[in-house]
Ligand binder design. Structure first.
Ligand code: FCB
Length: 430
């Protein structure tokens, strides 16, 4: 009997459907400078951590020094792409004074990726600003756009020869809502008016930087780059199918997921769509009202799903729904972030496999997804939540700076190396 079961299991394993991804697919992980580098003393966040007494980012993962060995680990794990950000406050620690040393560092970083045949995806703004910009009003100040363009020009000229994929701004909606509506990130404002200003300013910054990057490549006679933002998208799901809930769901999807995308497509300022996807929001309106439409969520456990260690719903099916909704734009899509913080690493692999399945489903239905970048390569500094959440494929011991490659990273590496997700193997073997 036991033998029969084993045979049966084995048969199921060999018959199991295999999911195959395209040969030239980009596989890898994402990071952001402030979260991994350590010692970003000229950034607004650095000062804010000190002022508020929040957990300090300190040395973080010392990735500023250890990038080469970290990339060697990524290479061993079969990654052929890597998303990173360059830190504006290092490049321009004082207004108008550009650091050749920091510039050389980032050139070395990109060359270290290229030497390993890992395709860099470079973000110019990932939540942090130079302290001097914050002192002059940050993005509220009209001059911020010109300052960002100035810095971007400096960076892009230096890296153009090696970089094809650019992300101008990471998650502009999350940035302005956390910093200017919820007031939980610097500069901790709670003003709809200011948020509106910042929203538009970031849009202007993207559109102008998009054009600038293309102009630089043209002038240097380098093949066209691919430029986008990394847009945070959520699966908005009505808790009950009431008119209120469905209407709010529709609005939130339009505003939060597609608002910027629609605008940039209209301005012909998007070469692909960078999607950061993590979670679901269950929409349940208490009453009609502007704030309710924008923000009310279900407070009961009506449709329970597993959660990550920050309490975010785990909802892989939302990814295929979202991707299908992007089909109308006729643009390539890259998953620029998708990941989970959990204490039990086996749940990380389940999360990844579940999302890859959903991504593949959408691809089979014609959505041109070109890459998947897991958040994150390493455990890192999760903004106002500090170091507790563990998002990494590679675990960090922050005391010793020792890295440990997790089992989930090894499982993911099989997909990166073969382009094949074996549907059942993790259940049978694990
Ligand atoms: C995203 C951010 C990224 C990281 C993950 C968990 O919103 O872009 O920096 O914090 O969430």
């Amino acid at each position: 009997m036991a033998v029969q079961v084993a045979l049966h299991e084995k048969k199921r394993e060999t018959w199991a459907p295999m999911i195959q991804f395209p040969k030239d697919f980009l596989w890898g992980a994402a990071t952001a400078a402030y979260q991994v580098e350590g010692g970003n003393i000229h950034a607004d966040w650095w000062r804010w951590e000190k002022k508020t007494g929040k957990e300090n980012s300190g040395l973080a993962c010392c990735h500023y020094d250890l990038y080469a060995s970290d990339f060697a680990l990524a290479k061993d794990l079969g990654h052929n792409a890597h998303r990173l950000s360059v830190e504006w406050s290092r490049i321009e620690p004082e207004e108008g004074k550009f650091s050749e040393e920091a510039l050389k560092h980032y050139v070395d970083v990109i060359l270290a990726l290229k030497a390993r045949r890992i395709e860099p995806v470079v973000t110019l703004h990932h939540f942090t600003n130079p302290a001097w910009l914050a002192d002059s009003g940050g993005w509220e100040n009209k001059k911020s756009v010109a300052a960002f363009l100035h810095y971007s020009e400096f960076m892009v000229r230096a890296l153009a020869a090696y970089v094809r994929y650019w992300i101008t701004v990471n998650e502009p909606t999350i940035y302005f809502s956390h910093a200017y509506i919820l007031g939980v990130w610097p500069p901790q404002e709670k003003s709809l008016w200011k948020a509106w200003t910042i929203k538009n300013r970031l849009a202007e910054a993207h559109i102008k930087t998009y054009r600038l990057i293309h102009k630089i490549y043209k002038k240097l006679n380098i093949p066209k780059p691919s430029v986008s933002i990394a847009q945070h998208m959520q699966a908005f799901v009505p808790c009950t199918p009431s008119i209120k809930n469905r209407f709010a769901t529709f609005l939130r999807h339009q505003w939060f997921n597609l608002g910027y995308i629609d605008m940039f497509v209209r301005h012909q300022a998007l070469d692909f769509i960078g999607v950061n996807y993590y979670s679901r929001q269950l929409v349940e309106l208490e009453k009609w009202g502007f704030r309710n439409l924008a923000a009310d969520v279900c407070k009961n456990n009506h449709h329970p799903v597993e959660k990550n260690s920050l309490g975010w719903d785990i909802y892989p099916e939302g990814l295929s729904d979202l991707l299908l909704k992007l089909k109308k734009y006729n643009l390539p899509v890259m998953i620029t972030e998708n990941g989970v913080c959990v204490s039990d690493d086996s749940r990380r692999w389940e999360y990844i496999a579940g999302h890859l399945r959903q991504m593949h489903q959408a691809m089979e239905q014609g959505v041109p997804v070109t890459g998947y970048l897991y958040w994150s390569l390493l455990d890192n500094f999760e903004w106002d939540k500090g170091f507790a959440p563990r998002f990494g494929l590679i675990g960090m011991d922050y005391k010793t700076q020792q890295r440990t490659v997790r089992e989930s990273a090894v499982k993911f590496s099989k997909v990166c190396k073969t382009g094949i997700l074996e549907e059942r193997s993790h259940q049978l073997l694990g």
